[in-house]
Design a protein around this ligand. Structure first.
Ligand SMILES: NC(=O)c1ccc[n+]([C@@H]2O[C@H](COP(=O)([O-])OP(=O)(O)OC[C@H]3O[C@@H](n4cnc5c(N)ncnc54)[C@H](OP(=O)(O)O)[C@@H]3O)[C@@H](O)[C@H]2O)c1
Length: 329
């Protein structure tokens, strides 16, 4: 695919971000090396936006292939949009975390750096970051602002072009918008047809915070820890299936074109379907009627509940998302 055909979204800074990216969280089942080889193949196939994070444990592997791609002259650094994220155990050491990601990815700036979760979590070294942590902390706004000020400094030092948030709620974003000097440009959030988060999505649009959609396909390969019996399956929804059948495309392509047309930036992870997904963003058209039909199948089905970040003061995972107005210090 010719990358110039991929539509961009323009951020408040004027920077252009491709409207689809490649996720790089290989769940628990895809090795770091396979993820990195997939990044290389996806760039060759036309992808120009890669969503990374230190906690995915594969930035070193991705750095090796990025270096190969740049050395080949096929793609220049400025042609790629590269995102990374500071993990919960580094909220007090943002500069160090960013420097590590830059070194691992073998690049000298990031296009976007995100605070991965709004909860600090001081894991001891080599501790399993995926299990519930006895050291997890609730959301404390003063602490978050301390982290955010370190993020702002990275922009001033030209190490990072844009900064943003992930897994935020409206009450938390209200506080951040009130207290920040450099406003968040993007919010990476769970978004798929069965979890449309309309209120937060519209809030982000109103405040010029670009929504980036994780789990855009309903994360069929997500780890066991993120599965519950109540979860629904987007790609088996009858509305998605009937649109796919009519247009002779796959259910995943319906979900991705819905995301792009709605104004989200989906970042599907895929070893086996990345080209199909890129084509969905560029070559497929849904009608307004299709959009409205998909708009009605929201099941409020959050898949990534964040229960590993539960703090003893929170009663249930719902409290992490301020559902009953629980925030905050
Ligand atoms: N900020 C955060 O807290 C956060 C949280 C979760 C995820 N993320 C980011 O978002 C990315 C995407 O989320 P995700 O990986 O959980 O979920 P996802 O993209 O919805 O689902 C990925 C799964 O779908 C399969 N798949 C991809 N394309 C397909 C297609 N066309 N047809 C059928 N199956 C397809 C993949 O298998 P194949 O490999 O076989 O194609 C993979 O198992 C992550 O990789 C990560 O970068 C961020």
């Amino acid at each position: 695919m010719d990358p110039s055909l991929i539509p961009n979204r323009v951020l408040k800074t004027g920077d252009k971000i491709p409207c689809i990216g490649l996720g790089t969280f290989g769940s628990d089942s895809v090795s770091a090396d396979i993820v990195a080889q997939t990044v290389k193949k996806a760039i060759n196939a036309g992808y120009r936006h890669i969503d990374c994070a230190s906690v995915y444990g594969n930035e070193k592997n991705i750095g090796i292939v990025l270096n190969e791609v740049f050395n080949s002259g096929f793609v220049k650094r400025e042609d790629l949009w590269i995102t990374s994220k500071v993990w919960n155990d580094m909220h007090n050491h943002v500069a160090e975390s960013c420097a590590q990601s830059l070194a691992d990815l073998k690049i000298d700036y990031l296009d976007l750096y995100l605070v991965h979760w709004p909860f600090s979590n001081y894991h001891p070294p080599n501790c399993d970051v995926t299990s519930r942590s006895p050291n997890a902390k609730p959301y404390i706004h003063e602490n978050y602002m301390n982290t955010w000020r370190q993020m702002e400094k990275l922009v001033e030092e030209n190490l990072v072009k844009n900064i943003g948030t992930s897994n935020m709620t409206i009450p938390k974003l209200n506080l951040l918008l009130r207290d920040s000097r450099i406003k968040p440009l993007c919010n990476e959030m769970e978004l798929h047809p069965h979890f449309q988060q309309t209120e937060l999505f519209e809030y982000c649009q109103k405040h010029q915070i670009q929504p980036i959609a994780y789990c855009p396909l309903g994360s069929p390969g997500r780890p066991e820890r993120d599965r519950t019996p109540e979860d629904t399956v987007d790609l088996e929804d009858p509305v998605i299936l009937s649109i796919a059948e009519r247009l002779k495309i796959t259910p995943a392509q319906v979900a991705l074109q819905w995301a792009v047309k709605r104004g989200q930036i989906p970042i599907p992870f895929s070893v086996n379907h990345f080209l199909e997904n890129l084509e969905a963003a560029v070559n497929i058209q849904l009608t307004e009627k299709d959009m409205q039909a998909i708009g009605k199948i929201d099941r409020n089905c959050r898949l990534i509940k964040g229960q590993v970040f539960l703090w003893k003061e929170y009663q249930s995972w719902e409290d992490l998302w301020d559902i009953d107005g629980v925030i905050v210090s």
